[in-house]
Design a protein around this ligand. Structure first.
Ligand code: SAH
Length: 488
């Protein structure tokens, strides 16, 4: 290295960090991230401390340093938050599935509401009133209601997607450790419907006995990648999907027969209706591949939300918390304020769940969805329920809405329910051009929600109220329903 370079490096060298790798220090925890990390500051430098809660004083050991922030391991809580509780799950902390079991459920709900408010203010630049009363919705400022939580926030999930691995010749099934591909083997998951637990246990046992090898990410060898199970909580139907690294599944017939028999014996009140194989041969963390075949039974299972029946196929999106889904959809119906005369667009419609809910009170509902099987399900679901005023299209919402607009479709209400990355900007621009009286936004990510609301606000919509609904207790995920009205 020559002299000149050395001088330059010296001049640009950043100020030394206030903590060193491996150092033990005391830190006040001020905040909580959605991954469940406590946020502390040492001389203005941010440390993320997994397992620590706001209001706590903690002794931590610095484990990783970056330029702007670091990670630290919780060694001891020196002052405990009044909201700290003992986690119920024996693998909590090791398994990456839940992030908030050490925070009381009331504490989780309060924190989720605050997270929504922070995002709306910081990213959305919205004026938040924070009142819980809907009656004064006409005056200025957005109302963010308290989160609607569950009476019993356990065993709520109707779907499990479980990675499969091998240990000492047998199969293991469980979720990954945080930030890794190491599976934490488990027989029971406290947020999962017990029927799903039981079905996974059976598959693990039987596939292991038949010598079906688990897939190994590191070598891209092996076969069984994931087991996906779904239970219709109302219908009591079960679906099993085996995601495999290749089409050939050895001893498939025996596997199917033994699983069917096991379910018949151990889950007599439930009916296994469908066993599918999905082929995914890519080196990817995406769960499903493009090809699904039925190994036995039907292509779909059925479930109900309220009075509406739904057929659900292997790859289709269907809300995972049926109790809270009803709450969410009832609220969506309320926010649309339908009288029977309206034309509605349901963008990101999945299997038509929201569309069919709204069709009961609308003149016409158009749904658009990118997954072709989900659209097939949506059409089938309309028939299943004798609904004739819906029309579903396959495609990207951002491509279809401009086409519908050109074709002269005028929407009174537009509902959007995008994935975590939020709406495409061009879709929001089309919505602004279409000027529906109301926009109802269903969001699973407060940050992208806030970004999108700002764009709609600048385009002439006003955010009236926000109703968070807790679809995912003990996880950092927050679902919200938002009512916007056109200013004119
Ligand atoms: N409203 C439905 C589904 C919401 S999940 C329900 O409540 O059940 C979001 C859906 O958006 C998924 O089904 C996903 O396949 C679909 N999707 C993702 N990107 C899309 C896009 N650009 N255009 C249309 N649909 C999309």
């Amino acid at each position: 290295m020559n002299k000149k370079t050395r001088t330059t490096i010296k001049q640009n060298h950043p100020a030394p960090l206030p903590v060193n790798q491996g150092q033990v220090c005391e830190v006040e925890i001020l905040d909580l991230t959605y991954e469940g990390h406590g946020v502390g500051r040492v001389e203005g430098f941010t440390l993320f401390v997994s397992g620590a809660l706001p209001g706590e004083l903690a002794r931590v050991r610095v484990t990783e340093l970056k330029k702007q922030y670091g990670h630290a391991k919780l060694e001891e809580v020196l002052r405990t938050s009044g909201e700290r509780v003992a986690p119920l799950c024996p693998v909590y902390g090791r398994c990456g599935g839940c992030q908030l079991q050490h925070l009381s459920y009331e504490g989780q709900l309060r924190w989720k509401r605050q997270l929504v408010i922070d995002n709306l203010q910081r990213i959305g630049k919205l004026d938040v009133r924070g009142s819980s009363s809907a009656s004064d919705a006409g005056s200025h400022g957005v109302i963010v209601h308290p989160v609607i939580g569950m009476e019993d926030p356990w065993r709520y999930r109707n779907k499990a997607v479980v990675p499969i691995g091998e240990r000492e010749g047998g199969l293991i099934a469980g979720f990954y450790e945080p930030g890794s591909r190491r599976i934490v083997d488990m027989d029971s998951c406290l947020i999962q419907d017990p029927q799903n637990d039981e079905l996974i246990r059976q598959v693990k046992q039987i596939a292991g006995e038949l010598g079906i090898p688990a897939y190994d990410h590191a070598t891209h060898r092996g076969l069984l990648r994931h087991v996906v199970v779904r239970v219709g909580v109302q219908s009591r139907e079960l679906m099993l999907v085996l995601v495999t690294n290749g089409r050939k599944l050895p001893k498939a017939d025996e596997l199917v027969d033994r699983i069917r028999e096991a379910v018949r014996v151990s889950q007599p009140e439930y009916a296994l209706k469908s066993i599918c194989q999905n082929v995914n041969t890519k080196r990817t963390s995406v769960i499903f591949g493009e090809e699904t075949q039925v190994l036995w039974g039907s292509e779909t299972i059925e479930d109900r939300i309220g009075e509406v029946r739904f057929a659900i196929s292997a790859r289709s999106f269907y809300q995972v918390n049926p109790v809270q889904t009803k709450v969410l959809y009832d609220k969506a119906l309320e926010y649309t304020a339908l009288t029977g005369e309206e034309t509605v667009i349901d963008a990101y419609c999945g299997i038509g769940t929201i569309s069919l809910f709204l069709a009961q009170r609308a003149k016409k509902v158009y749904g658009v969805e990118i997954v072709p099987e989900a659209v097939e399900d949506a059409r089938r679901n309309a028939q299943l329920n004798g609904v004739t005023n819906t029309e579903f299209a396959v495609g990207r919402a951002e491509d279809l809405l401009p086409r519908w607009r050109k074709a002269g479709i005028a929407a009174d209400v537009i509902v959007v329910d995008p994935p975590r990355k939020g709406c495409d900007r061009s879709l929001l621009e089309t919505i602004i051009e279409m000027k529906p009286k109301r926009v109802v936004y269903v969001s699973c990510n407060p940050a992208t929600l806030a970004r999108d609301l700002r764009i709609l606000e600048d385009g002439g919509f006003r955010t009236v109220e926000v109703q968070p609904v807790d679809m995912f207790p003990h996880s950092g995920h927050v679902e919200c329903l938002i009512l916007m009205v056109s200013e004119e």
